[in-house]
Design a protein around this ligand. Structure first.
Ligand code: NAD
Length: 265
């Protein structure tokens, strides 16, 4: 049966790609397109779904199978509470959440299934596994650096994906990312410490998302890179996650590794 999807942030860069993806997938249809109260689209028809109007009042949106939210941390927590109240599953793509906000997602996932991923592309989820493997071979003796580039409108840094790469590397090495992450270097900072993981951030023009991880030893280095050329890749991954959730997995916090079956790789 066709699954009815609620999209929150429907007027955003990801939201418009999600609507296109839902429209082109025979297994999904758009139940609600929820936008910010000040969005110019409010009250208009969604171009791909003539029978659906852009709304801003989330409490009106009750008849759907799965919600997808790519907005801001505060807005995502509002969607989380709404889904919890209705007992509906939720896909979260929003990045930049702090530890307290992530804890709220963790708590809610004891009563509803949630897929929360820093990056919904298949390639990046494969890269999470590749960096774990590289870390196991070279991580104890090499200098590890993560370089990311995004468009000039991105508000959080380092990107959620860069931090997720750091977390996967730390998992493989038994390190705590909060202890070893170096997110800024400026002035007389002294020599590099052995275990640190450095993050470098580039913000420029319309770059959608690029991540490179260095494992650098004296005399050689491995560079693992992933580049996104179209946001549709994230939207396809998020809709895939929504369909996976609609099959009724138990209430739990999942990521794309679970959705794509990469957990055993
Ligand atoms: P964007 O600014 O283009 O879109 C966000 C939209 O959310 C805007 O239209 C904004 O008006 C809307 N919004 C904010 N508060 C709202 C509210 N209370 N109700 C309804 N709508 C609200 O940004 P974007 O590029 O689409 O990215 C959105 C988020 O998704 C960011 O956190 C970004 O980092 C993240 N993102 C994640 C992935 C991933 O794979 N996980 C990929 C791309 C972007």
């Amino acid at each position: 049966m066709t699954k009815r999807i609620l999209i929150k942030g429907a007027a955003g860069r990801m939201g418009t790609n999600l609507i296109k993806t839902v429209a082109s997938n025979p297994d999904t249809t758009l139940a609600y397109a929820v936008v910010h109260p000040e969005a110019p689209q409010l009250g208009q028809n969604v171009p791909e779904f003539a029978e659906v109007k852009y709304i801003s009042d989330l409490s009106q949106a009750t008849d759907f199978d799965v919600a997808i939210d790519f907005t801001s941390p505060e807005s995502t927590l509002e969607t989380l509470a709404h889904c919890q109240k209705l007992g509906k599953p939720l896909v979260i793509g929003t990045t930049g959440l702090n530890a307290e906000q992530k804890e709220k997602i963790q708590q809610a996932s004891t009563s509803i299934p949630v897929v929360f991923a820093a990056n919904f592309s298949v390639g990046m989820n494969l890269m999470f596994k590749l960096v774990e493997k590289a870390a196991r071979v070279m991580g104890t003796y090499s200098d590890i650096e993560i370089i990311e580039a995004h468009h000039h409108n991105k508000v959080d840094a380092p990107s959620g994906t860069a931090l997720a790469l750091g977390e996967h590397i730390c998992k493989a090495l038994g390190r705590d990312l909060d202890e070893v992450a170096v997110k800024e270097r400026n002035g007389l900072i002294g020599p590099r410490t052995k275990d640190e993981i450095g993050f470098s951030t580039i913000r420029a023009a319309d770059v959608i998302g690029e991540h490179t991880v260095w494992f650098a030893d004296i005399g050689e280095r491995i560079e693992l890179s992933h580049k996104v050329s179209d946001r549709i890749t994230f939207a396809r991954g998020a809709v895939h996650a929504a369909l996976w959730l609609s099959q009724g997995p138990e209430a739990k916090l999942y990521d794309m590794t679970n959705v794509l079956g990469l957990d055993k790789l």
